[in-house]
Design a protein around this ligand. Structure first.
Ligand code: ASP
Ligand code: MG
Length: 421
């Protein structure tokens, strides 16, 4: 008998009919002699709907109240599934984050998990009760409701799997796994059967929405095997686990495109110590995540330009700060380009294959695509380019690195319901 955490995303609980289908799936696992703890997201679109309501009240809703509001979506889902299972004769019981004992810090809508008691869930399992746990929520030390950031139900599921020492954490979603590229962009994209935590983490951070990045980090830390599976059809998915021998070390596993960044350039900055610290320090203080940074070599007049990217959703805030700093440091102007995309190659095999970067640049040049910024890590190379060129770049790179027909271990991404519940 194994214990499985089965997490169902927003589209999987999107209607009463679908809730019946996942009830069937859970019953099936139980009939095979296993124990199940289900973790649910809110019904699809619900978290977005609640967010819209909050923003209809005020442009800057209070964080504490926002967490109370958003956590309600998952409560609805767990109660409905528990009722459904009970009506089918299964002794199921719903649990909120508080009841499970998911204790977080006080960052109300981006809370980090500090500890999980999980005793009520253990007790339920021991009594033969099937626990249905609300994803995405916890409580701080003062018992105030907190939420774990968008896509946070994945984190609840992984953390619970670690706490309960489950055999596997299965994430049921609307795609059947992680792909070598978004199948909407590359028709020949393939499902990757097995992927290392490291590669998955890069993919998740680079915009593959299948798993929340923090949940992958957590899974790696505690060695939780995570499997992404389709909730609509039976079959193999993608297993994310420690790197092993049968994960072929292909140079490149997949290609991602991220259209959620914007580029800010501070033009004509005096080339002297402390300038980058000034410009970027303001971003850090405002908790705006700066991704890529380029500072040009100064030519005449000892002036230079600094370009960097920020999430598009933070652009207005970032611009207000940068404009102010630019005045203080005597920069000429500040330019913005929103229509950019970051296209990245990911693969643990890059560490041992040379020439991946130059092949990437040559491929983009062959398509007459201009590269605006480049950044690299051991297992990833990213280029910022014009958003218009994003799909063309992904398709060309997917073909160049043989991802449509590579043997064994392949690519990555896929859409997933990460931010849409
Ligand atoms: N419902 C939350 C969201 O949409 C959490 C989740 O679905 O994982 O972000
Ligand atoms: Mg999700």
């Amino acid at each position: 008998m194994a214990l499985f955490i089965q997490k169902f995303g927003g589209t999987s609980v999107g209607s009463i009919e679908r809730i019946h289908r996942i009830a069937e799936r859970i019953e099936h696992t139980c009939r095979d002699g296993h124990q199940v703890v289900a973790v649910l997201s809110a019904m699809s679109g619900e978290t977005d709907r609640l967010l819209r309501l909050a923003h209809a009240v005020t442009p800057h809703p209070d964080d504490r109240e926002l967490a109370v509001l958003l956590s309600s979506g998952e409560r609805v889902a767990i109660a409905l599934l528990a009722m459904t299972l009970r009506s089918r004769g299964v002794n199921a019981r719903s649990f909120t984050g508080r009841q499970v004992g998911i204790v977080t810090n006080s960052s109300h809508t981006r809370a980090r998990i500090a500890k999980i008691m999980a005793d009520p869930v253990r007790k339920a399992l021991a009594e033969g009760v099937l626990p249905i746990v609300a994803g995405f929520q916890g409580v701080n030390e003062q018992s105030e409701v907190t939420t774990l950031g968008r896509g946070g139900s994945d984190l609840t599921a992984v953390a619970l799997a670690a706490a309960l020492k489950a055999s596997r954490c299965i994430i049921f979603t609307d795609v059947d796994g992680v792909y070598t590229a978004d199948p909407n962009v590359v028709a020949s994209a393939r499902r990757i059967p097995k992927l290392s935590y490291e590669a998955m983490l890069e993919l998740a951070s680079l915009g593959a929405k299948v798993l929340q990045a923090r949940s992958v980090e957590f899974a790696a830390k505690y060695g939780v095997p995570v499997e992404v599976q389709s909730s609509f059809q039976k079959g193999e998915g993608t297993l994310v686990t420690h790197e092993d021998a049968d994960m072929e070390r292909a140079a490149v596993s997949g290609v991602t495109g991220d259209r959620n960044q914007a580029k800010i350039t501070v033009v004509g900055v005096p080339d002297q110590p402390g300038i980058a610290a000034n410009v970027l320090g303001a971003m850090a203080e405002a908790c705006i995540v700066v991704d890529m940074i380029i500072q040009n070599v100064s030519h005449q007049d000892a002036l230079t330009d600094i370009s960097f990217t920020v999430p598009r959703s933070d652009l207005a805030r970032a611009m207000a700060l940068v404009t102010r700093t630019a005045e203080v440091i005597g920069a000429k102007t500040v330019e913005v380009k929103e229509e950019i995309a970051k296209v990245s190659l990911v693969g643990v095999g890059m560490q041992s294959h040379s020439g991946v970067a130059s092949r990437m640049f040559r491929t983009l040049a062959g398509e007459a695509i201009n590269i605006m910024m480049i950044s690299t890590s051991e297992i990833k190379i990213s280029c910022v380019l014009d958003e218009r060129d994003c799909n063309k770049a992904i398709q060309a790179l997917h073909a160049e690195f043989g991802l449509d027909h590579a043997p064994g271990q392949k690519g990555m991404t896929g859409r997933g319901e990460g931010t849409t519940s």
